[in-house]
Design a protein around this ligand. Structure first.
Ligand code: 2PG
Ligand code: MG
Length: 425
């Protein structure tokens, strides 16, 4: 089925910032959209999100050049192309851009087009995206990592650590993970209210962190889990995204809240200490994006009992994932479409991660849209884990809800591995 036309426009993400939407229409009239998310704690090795930088327009954040690139060069290049040839189309987009970080046309223009092609292909096949993307092989529902408190760049640095999340370890089904999360999320509000610390939510819907020390958050989180009637560590585990790249400057890690500085070895020791003291089942970015030695130190100490997820470390980039596998620097990879910029490269990153016996964790960005592409991506690839921020705000719930619809569609074919998915292969 051939692509008839491609259109694009500037829309807005969950922070109210401009982003790109692409619409691909096929010769039979079916169509698909691609809505591009946007990060705040971005890694240095990510593909480039093209913004206009004109202070007169949207504080420099408009994406009108990226939109123009999609409507112009990309539309011309893809007209008449077979929509089922996702790999060929994505290779053409990379070639057309011609830069290693997609900075000429903009990774936002390219990704929006790539996602729209995937959605249009699903529409032409008359099946949901996960079936079209996974060729019918995707049946594993993800174990969610859901944020309760949001910090770091998502809360103006109010606390240093970015994501304090929970994992429903004892849940027997995807639906049950959401029930556990609902209970803990609302229990956390009661705990915060009781302590006079309830003050709205951060960028990804987790509670705004009115804490004086990072470790105080662990205490509140464990209190919330118990208040909801669960046993920490047995029924509900903790998962952290330290986003340590944002804490690293001039060779040192800084916890500003406590005015403490650490060299790489000391910060690695702190991470190892936390895993010993709290029921932490997963840590993302415990060390900065280029501190490979720090990563290896953490991996050697706790890699056998804790999931270690590289986000800024890998930026969904195959070359960096290869290095990580060769150096045994982590044991899981965070997967974000817009870090690399095409659907095909994202699929390749997931497949390489799985082939190494590592775990892919499909993830949203802190600036999201109402689009639920990543819910389909997680199931299509049997990735096994999904991270979308908290259990509030429409752009987050759109993804959790979409997995419920996928589950309904799969019926008896749906599989759920529970906490088993966290075990090293
Ligand atoms: C991350 C994401 C989502 P951002 O660091 O994993 O929590 O944040 O999109 O700002 O990079
Ligand atoms: Mg992260």
């Amino acid at each position: 089925m051939k692509i008839a036309s491609l259109d694009a426009l500037q829309i807005f993400d969950s922070r109210g910032n401009p982003t790109v939407e692409v619409l691909v229409t096929l010769e039979d009239g079916s169509a698909g959209r691609g809505l591009v998310p946007s990060g705040a704690s971005t890694g240095r090795h990510e593909a480039l999100e093209l913004r206009d930088g004109d202070p007169e327009r949207f504080r420099g954040k408009s994406v009108l050049r990226a939109v123009a690139h999609a409507r112009g060069e990309i539309a011309d290049a893809l007209a008449g192309w077979d929509v089922f040839d996702q790999a060929g189309i994505d290779a053409r987009l990379i070639e057309l851009d011609g830069t290693p970080d997609k900075s000429r046309l903009g990774a936002n223009a390219i990704l929006g087009s790539s996602m729209a092609v995937a959605n249009a292909a699903a529409a032409a096949r008359g099946v949901p995206l996960f079936e079209s993307l996974g060729g019918g092989e995707g049946t594993l529902l993800p174990l969610p990592e859901i944020q309760i408190f949001g910090g770091g760049k998502h809360a103006q640095g109010r606390i240093d650590i970015q994501d304090f999340m929970i994992v429903a370890l004892a849940a027997q089904s995807y639906e049950e993970t959401l029930e556990v999360t609902h209970n803990v999320f609302h229990a956390a509000a009661e705990v915060m209210r009781g302590r006079g610390k309830l003050a709205g939510v951060a960028d990804e819907g987790g509670y705004w962190p009115l804490f004086d020390r990072n470790e105080e958050v662990f205490d509140a989180l464990l209190a919330a889990i118990e208040h909801a009637g669960y046993t920490p560590g047995r029924e509900v585990g903790l998962s952290l995204d330290i986003a340590a790249t944002d804490l690293f400057r001039d060779g040192l890690y800084t916890l500003g809240l406590e005015k403490r500085r650490f060299d790489s070895g000391e910060f690695a020791a702190l991470m190892i200490d936390w895993v010993g003291r709290y029921p932490i089942v997963s840590i993302e970015d415990p060390m900065a994006e280029d501190d490979w030695d720090g990563w290896k130190a953490v991996g050697a100490a706790i890699g056998d009992r804790c999931q270690l997820v590289g986000d800024d470390l890998f930026t969904t980039n195959l070359a960096r994932i290869e290095r990580g596998i060769a150096e045994e620097a982590a044991n899981a990879v965070l997967i974000k479409l817009n870090q690399i910029g095409t659907v095909t490269e994202t699929l390749a990153a997931i497949h390489r991660t799985q082939a190494a016996g590592w775990r892919p964790v499909v993830s949203a960005r802190s600036g999201e849209t109402e689009d639920a592409f990543i819910a389909h991506l997680a199931v299509a690839t049997n990735a096994g884990q999904l991270k979308v921020g908290s259990f509030s705000r429409g752009e987050r719930m759109a993804k959790w809800n979409e997995v419920l619809r996928i589950r309904r569609r799969l019926g008896d074919r749906a599989r759920f591995a529970g906490a088993e998915i966290l075990r090293p292969l």
